[in-house]
Structure formats: C-alpha cells, structure tokens
Write a protein that binds this ligand. Structure first.
Ligand code: NAD
Length: 459
C-alpha cells in the first residue's frame, strides 16, 4: 500500500465533514500559520541561511511576506466567500428563478516546493489553499534540509495532520505522492519536473497549478536610461545569485547603446557587491556544488567581461557578465538560474521580438524604454507570465498581482483573490420555484417551442 494513502484518506474524511468550508475554520488556520511564523521568527531567519548563504534582505522577505499575505487575505476573505448573484435570462427571472455561483474548495491539496523560497513558496500556496477551504500536504525540498526539518518540527505543533501535514523527501516520495488522487496539485519548480507532475496528475484527472521557470528577457531599446537599466538588470540577474524564477536571464540591447550598457553593467556589479563578492555577506551562495559546476560550464571564458570565477567547495559563482552573446551560444538554450547575465544585441525591434517568440514563453519579461510606442508594442506582442517596465523582479512583491506563468513557464496563477479563484471550483446553482414549468423543454417540440429557445440568450 502507498505509504501516504492513510494520510490522504484522513484528510479527505476530514474535508468531507464540511468543517473546512466555514469562514471561521479558514481564519483559524491562517492564524495558526501566522503564529507559527511569529513565535519562531528567529529560528526561521537563522535556518534559511543554514541551507545556503543568503542576503539578509532575502531571509526577511522569506518569512515576512507570508505574514503580510495572511493579514491581507484575512481582511478580504469574507467578501471572496460570498456567493455571486448571476443574472438570468429574462423569462426565467420573470418566472421567479434566482441563480448564484458559489466557490467550492477542491479538497486535499498537495503542495510541492522548490529549493529557492523554501518557506515562501510553500507557505504562499498554503495560505491560498487554506483560505479557499482546502486541506494541505506540504512537500518540502530535499535541497534545503534545515528548513525542511524546521517545518517538519513545527507544522505538527500547530496543525492537526488532517488539516495541514508536511512530508519531506525527494523523487521517491514525490513519486509515491503523485500516485494518489489528490484533489489539487500545486507545483513550483522546473519545467522538467513540471512535465512529470502534469503526466502523473493526468492519471487521476487532478487539476494543477504549475509555477515553472523560464529564460526571461530584459529588452533595452535605444531610448532607455542606460545606467538605470544596467543597474536594475544586473541587480535582478544576480540577487539571490540569480536563483529567482523571475530573474532576467539575458539582456537584449539595441546595438547603438550596447557598449555603454556593457560599461554600466560592469560598474553596477562593483557598486552592488564590491570587489570581493565571494566574501560579501550580501551576496548569496549557490544551492549546491552540482549547480556551481553546471553554471561554470555555461560560462564561456572568452566572453567574460565581469566575474567568471566559480568555486564548488564555497558554492560560489561570481556575478558574471558575458558579451557578446548570440542565440547560438549554449547559455541561451535554457533557464540559467544563476548569477550570469549574457548580453545580446539587436538592431531591429521586430526581429528581436520574433527571436524571443521562437523560445518558450518566459515567466517574466522586462522592458527598458522611454518610448511609448516601443513599450506598447513589446507588451502587446510578447506572451509572458508577468513583468515590468524600467524595473526587474519587483512585480513579484506586489501582492495585488496574480502570479503565474504561461506556456513553457507554467499554468494557472495565484496570490490573493486570483489564488482563491484558482483553488476553488466555481459552482453555479439555479433555484427554480417548486412547480415552475418551462413548457418548451418538454416534447412534443413544435416550431413555436423551438423558437422559444432564443429566449435563453435574452438577458
Ligand atoms: P525542481 O523542479 O528540481 O524541484 C522542485 C520539486 O520537485 C522539489 O520538491 C523536488 O524534490 C521535486 N522533484 C525533483 N525531481 C523530481 C522528479 N524526478 N519527480 C518528482 N519530483 C521531483 O526545481 P528546483 O531546482 O528545486 O527549483 C528551481 C526551479 O524552480 C527553477 O526552474 C525555477 O525557475 C523554478 N521556480 C519557479 C517559481 C515560480 O513561482 N514560477 C518559483 C521558484 C522556482
């Protein structure tokens, strides 16, 4: 028997008692999560940096963002839970019918998290699932053992397992979990594993959200503020050592300003991290030696204009800028997920757009321009998860935004009301007065009755 069968059975039985549907239950779970974080704040801060060295700003965000979103959701949940009155065709309304759409939770939700954001990217989805009235099984990442152990210790202290459980482990554990008919799967991770999740979900027809990565362009046209663009793109590509799903994966710069951009980008590296990033506490390390090796293999030393060094034992890859890069270079094949910024050039914006469109749809796109026409063209033509104009990464911190990819970067979105809608089923219900007869539904079907069908579209 599957080792998680019993856990899922208990969560489903608990869900079927209807207890999770009430507003009070949902608020209680959100409060428990909030208390769990607040009462163990110092341990959380300390633990995040045990798994891999991260800048203090990132540690604070990891823990404080879930606290912030809990308060925001609690303030709005009552409204979200109200059934929506639906308009009806005139003849039904006049005959006393009413209609509403209520949002039903799916049931037991499996949440699988990545190594980056080991707290945030489990708890943000958990807040979403719980606010929508679902129970939760959290699967932590094997690559962050300290954080996983802390969650494994604390979750049972605050939650009964029927409501929120935590499971740790790697491929074997996820494979076993995926065999079971969860009611929803929320996966954050790579596109490679996303495909495995989607295939497994298909077996049980389980709905999914897939939050994947992507090779994200930062396009800089000839009208951009080049110093500003270079600093923001370098910051975006190197903060958390580029292990951010929305990090710019490459700068795509108009040829007339590229030399200036390269100089400003080199300057920005030093301004942000000094001359010794390896020993700078504000510069994050790479998750493990295998990823350092992978990243080092992507650095074409003949094209290094800044950085280029790596050290597996220190889990270090320097903030690195590569120029000139073309679409044929190995580094352009897939998401980098490290602190390396390749710089490509274009001379014609339409050609640049066509090149970007040939690749998988990215999770993020950044447009650096002061030209309205160029900006609008890029925003309306390119398909991407989310993005920003004259900024990088910051769209992720705006809690009123939906967050999610498209095509190769994922499916479905969450955060706030968007998440509430994604983690609930919209269930329409028609209330007909007892004894009301819609005569044209019943045979024999005369021409007159068939014409009455037009009334269904008359609101
Ligand atoms: P990953 O895909 O390797 O792992 C994600 C999860 O899947 C982990 O819990 C892991 O244990 C599990 N897993 C790994 N291999 C598996 C397999 N063969 N079968 C079943 N489960 C398996 O991702 P990662 O390296 O932990 O994280 C980095 C990736 O996540 C990047 O691609 C990044 O862009 C993406 N990401 C996306 C978002 C987003 O919100 N869109 C956020 C953070 C990270």
């Amino acid at each position: 028997m599957n080792k998680y069968q019993n856990l899922l059975d208990r969560q489903k039985a608990y869900f079927n008692t209807n207890i999770t549907k009430s507003f009070e239950w949902r608020i209680e779970q959100l409060d428990k999560l909030s208390n769990l974080l607040k009462e163990n704040l110092d341990e959380f801060y300390a633990t995040v940096s045990k798994d891999f060295k991260t800048a203090i700003s990132e540690q604070v965000f990891e823990v404080n963002a879930p606290l912030g979103i809990i308060e925001m959701v609690k303030g709005q949940l009552k409204n979200w839970m109200e059934p929506t009155i639906a308009p009806l065709p005139k003849f039904l309304a006049e005959a006393g019918h009413t209609a509403f759409v209520q949002r039903d939770p799916f049931g037991s939700t499996l949440i699988i998290g990545p190594f980056n954001g080991p707290i945030l990217l489990l708890l943000y989805p958990a807040v979403t699932a719980l606010s929508a009235g679902n129970t939760v099984v959290l699967k932590t990442s094997v690559d962050t053992p300290a954080t996983s152990a802390l969650l494994e210790k604390l979750i049972p202290q605050y939650f009964q397992e029927e409501a929120v459980a935590v499971v740790s482990g790697g491929v074997e554990e996820v494979t076993a979990l995926l065999e079971l008919p969860f009611d929803f799967i929320f996966f954050t991770g790579s596109a490679r594993v996303g495909k495995i999740i989607l295939r497994a979900a298909a077996e049980n027809l389980t709905p999914v959200i897939l939050e994947l990565g992507g090779h994200n362009p930062a396009i800089v046209d000839e009208t951009a503020d080049i110093a500003d663009a270079a600093k923001k793109i370098v910051w975006g590509a190197t903060s958390w050592s580029g292990q951010f799903c929305a990090s710019p994966g490459y700068a795509y710069v108009h040829e007339s300003v590229v030399e200036q951009f390269v100089e400003e980008a080199k300057k920005a590296v030093v301004e942000l991290y000094g001359n010794d990033p390896k020993n700078n506490p504000e510069y994050s390390s790479i998750i493990n030696a295998a990823h350092v090796k992978r990243l080092a293999g992507l650095i074409d030393q003949t094209k290094v204009v800044a950085g280029g060094e790596s050290d597996e034992s220190a889990r270090f890859v320097a903030p690195t800028i590569l120029y000139p890069i073309t679409w044929e270079d190995k580094i352009m094949e897939e998401e980098i997920f490290g602190p390396i910024l390749p710089i490509l050039t274009f001379s014609d914006l339409d050609v640049a757009i066509a090149k970007i469109q040939k690749a998988a749809k990215p999770l993020a796109t950044y447009v650096f321009s002061t030209n309205k026409e160029n900006t609008e063209k890029l925003l309306s033509t390119l398909s991407f998860g989310g993005g920003a104009v004259n900024m990088t990464n910051v769209q992720l911190f705006v809690a009123s935004f939906p967050f999610g990819g498209v095509g190769g970067s994922g499916m479905g979105s969450y955060v706030g009301k968007y998440g509430y809608d994604s983690l609930t089923h919209a269930k329409p219900v028609l209330n007909s007065p007892a004894g009301a007869v819609i005569d044209h539904l019943y045979p024999p079907y005369t021409m007159e009755k068939l014409q009455a069908l037009n009334g269904w579209f008359d609101f």
